[in-house]
Design a protein around this ligand. Structure first.
Ligand SMILES: [Zn+2]
Length: 82
């Protein structure tokens, strides 16, 4: 379905590719990345790679991280949320 979240079958939020659950997880990842980037100097792809395998990462966030990672690799560059 056109209106489905790209990760599940819930309806996506307007202007995003995710449902409210995945969108919230995505926002959390973005915020987390800002502090990780400052502290560790890692890039978006490396960050996604790490959080997507961390036990501490919630299920929603892991799904988002994995899909962002796939997308970034497919495009050959980080799809960084600016
Ligand atoms: Zn979803």
């Amino acid at each position: 379905m056109e209106d489905d979240c790209s990760l599940c079958h819930r309806r996506r939020m307007e202007g995003t590719e995710y449902c409210p659950h995945h969108q919230r997880a995505f926002k959390n990842l973005e915020e987390k990345y800002v502090s990780w980037e400052k502290a560790l100097g890692i890039d978006w792809i490396e960050f996604l790679g790490r959080v997507s395998v961390m036990k501490e990462t919630g299920v929603w966030a892991r799904e988002v991280a994995a899909s962002q990672l796939k997308e970034s690799r497919k495009q050959g560059r980080p799809v960084h949320p600016s």
